[in-house]
Ligand binder design. Structure first.
Ligand SMILES: [Zn+2]
Length: 287
């Protein structure tokens, strides 16, 4: 066997991956306005993001007029990625959020820990199996050891079912990716955020020593009287238990993301750590 053949040009592979017919995808999207359609799968997130840029700036010419189409790249659980497209003319659409905050039951992983608490975690807005948009969130009430709790539940239109452990693992993936992406940003609290002062304190500690752990961060915050932030970071640390090297830096980014989200949506306090008594979260549903 000889290996004399030159590799196929990369440009062509991207323009028409696996013989994908973008014109057909564009036409299909146009006949289903407002509906997200799977366009193609890629081995890497970078490739998918590149295709998304090419659709957005018109280098892939099938999606015309450009303003009529929206597209996103989904980072999937297996490490590959998918591109999804929709046609938005003539229909009202909600923009695809950058991420979702969901309340999930956390059963902990420490030996002897048998309780459950409700944690808010940030996840992708799309299905980790195929990249299709996740379904609308709804309150899901359940009782554990006689305590009434509320978590978020949703059904994905694609038919793939999310599991809570899967969601917690995804939240970790997302925060790791964020931390890598934010690597060069200077670390500061979100102005006006609940944890601004706490984050600035941690930022100074991290600037002095990058290796400061989340565990140490909890102590520092307690010491300085940032009690709520200390509780948040301790809970964040526990969700990620079993994974080594949870750094103060990622705890800090987590606090910032909480503040950013709270300021953006005004939903601060909508989720609660610990038991939610019936009637507390929503009015008039007690029976
Ligand atoms: Zn799916």
């Amino acid at each position: 066997m000889t290996r004399s053949r030159a590799p196929r040009p990369r440009k062509d592979a991207l323009r028409k991956p696996n013989g994908l017919d973008h014109l057909a995808v564009a036409a299909d999207a146009q006949t289903h306005p407002g509906q997200w359609l799977h366009c193609n799968d890629y081995r890497t997130g970078q490739a998918a993001e590149h295709v998304v840029r090419m659709i957005r700036d018109g280098r892939i010419r099938s999606y015309q007029p450009q303003a009529a189409y929206e597209t996103y790249a989904a980072h999937l659980a297996g490490g590959n990625a998918a591109v999804w497209v929709r046609y938005i003319i003539g229909v009202e659409t909600k923009p695809m959020p950058e991420s979702l905050w969901v309340r999930v039951p956390d059963y902990g992983s420490q030996p002897g820990y048998s309780g459950v608490r409700i944690r808010a975690v940030e996840i992708y807005p799309y299905c980790p199996a195929c990249g299709g948009p996740r379904g609308e969130l709804r309150n899901d009430r359940f009782v554990r050891d006689g305590v009434h709790l509320v978590r978020d539940a949703w059904d994905n239109a694609c038919g793939h079912r999310d599991t809570y452990p899967g969601v917690i693992a995804e939240a970790h993936r997302l925060s790791t990716r964020r931390a890598a992406g934010d690597g060069r940003k200077s670390l500061r609290g979100v102005p006006g955020g609940r944890y601004e002062a706490a984050v600035n304190l941690l930022a100074r500690a991290v600037e002095e020593n990058v290796r400061v752990s989340a565990h140490t961060a909890v102590e520092l915050l307690e010491e300085a009287g940032h009690k709520a932030a200390a509780v948040e970071v301790a809970a964040f640390h526990r969700v990620l238990m079993g994974r080594s090297n949870v750094s103060a830096r990622s705890a800090l980014l987590y606090l910032n993301s909480q503040d950013e989200e709270a300021l953006k949506t005004g939903r601060a306090g909508a989720w609660v750590d610990g038991p939610i008594r019936p009637g507390n979260h929503e009015r008039g549903r007690r029976r």
